[in-house]
Design a protein around this ligand. Structure first.
Ligand code: BT5
Length: 328
């Protein structure tokens, strides 16, 4: 008997009680096993009323990202149709990588309620406390050459920005290469990892972290001034499963556009949401620092910078800081 099966039975009779005897009969398990499962579900946050005479009744469900909560809401064909769900993990990217090595298919998703070693780029950490945010990794198997893999990051940033805009009503800004900002603060980050050989990608792990219901004081002090959440911005609690549903739908849409129409459409969508052209930036890349004007991103997702002495540089990986705010 699974959590899913017992919840399904309780949901069939939303207002009436269902006796322990009937549940045990229908699921072919003992009444003690039913009771143990109910205790487990309560520990997960399900409010289940119990009466010795009448049985059990589901009063309220928590906003869990479990497949049985999320999948009935999904409008996607492929993305998230198979969800690997965990209460906690080191990192969803590491788990997804292992699953992909073992043959997991495109569109399979790893979701966890918290990460013990949530990863950013370059060995940095992603703060991942339980039950508040979204930590997910999507397995993709695009038939593209490895040098185009950065475009998947840009594609995912566009999809995440669109989901954030739909939910908040505010226009997020993408910061090269992988941050999504609201009011100049980071609300989401992306970490893509690829497994490839010289001319062929085996798979891409698309890792996305979105701050949803974190209050300001919950962030560690060092990142507090640079970070935000959708709840902070909208002053409303966000339904995590509804957000996840929307994000997966946007990802499916933008990934299909990328596969069918190639980089041009993705780059245009990314440029529209990044407004990077002509901005003065400081670039930190492999220990080197340059200051200059951002000219554009090229068709492989690299940043083109015009340095102060007028030379053009192509930056494949790194971080940028804006030297001035966006002119509105
Ligand atoms: C990123 O790295 O922004 C990529 C974050 C990807 C996280 C997801 S969660 C699911 C999946 N599984 C993983 O293990 N990771 C992915 P980077 O650009 O290197 O930014 C990291 C920096 O952002 C840190 O050094 C902090 O300064 C800041 N930071 C850490 N946690 C944050 C948070 N929750 N919100 C905003 N900023 C944060």
């Amino acid at each position: 008997m699974t959590d899913e099966e017992i919840l399904q039975l309780l949901r069939e009779s939303p207002s009436a009680f269902l006796s322990g005897e009937e549940i045990s009969h229908r699921l072919k398990v003992s009444r003690t096993a039913v009771w143990k499962r109910i205790t487990h579900l309560r520990a997960l946050g399900y409010e289940i009323e119990a009466s010795t005479r009448s049985g059990y009744r589901l009063v309220n469900s928590p906003d869990l990202l479990a497949p049985w909560e999320v999948q009935p809401l999904l409008k996607t064909k492929k993305m998230g149709r198979k969800i690997h769900y965990f209460q906690t993990l080191d990192s969803t990217n590491s788990k997804a990588y292992q699953l992909a090595l073992n043959g997991a298919e495109e569109g399979e998703v790893v979701i966890t309620e918290s990460q013990e070693k949530g990863r950013g780029r370059l060995e940095r950490q992603w703060f991942s406390p339980p039950f508040l945010n979204l930590y997910l990794s999507v397995i993709l198997r695009p038939k593209i050459p490895p040098h185009q893999a950065s475009l998947i990051t840009l594609m995912a940033a566009v999809a995440a920005a669109d989901a954030i805009q739909k939910f908040s009503g505010f226009l997020p800004l993408i910061k090269w290469p992988n941050d999504i900002l609201l009011r100049d603060r980071k609300v989401a980050g992306l970490l893509n990892e690829i497994h490839s050989e010289t001319d062929r990608i085996h798979f891409v792990i698309l890792g996305i972290g979105v701050n949803l219901n974190m209050g300001e004081k919950m962030f560690p002090k060092e990142i507090r001034p640079m970070a935000t959440s959708l709840m902070i911005e909208t002053r409303q609690t966000i339904s995590r499963k509804a957000f996840l549903q929307s994000l997966l739908l946007q990802l499916e849409k933008w990934y299909a556009i990328f596969l069918k129409q190639g980089s041009t459409v993705i780059l245009k969508a990314w440029r529209d949401r990044a407004q990077i052209k002509g901005r003065r930036v400081k670039v930190i890349s492999f220990g080197e620092i340059w200051v200059g004007m951002a000219v554009d991103v090229d068709s492989d997702g690299a940043l083109i910078l015009e340095t102060e002495d007028g030379r053009r540089k192509r930056v494949v990986a790194g971080d940028i800081e804006y030297k001035e705010k966006v002119k509105s």
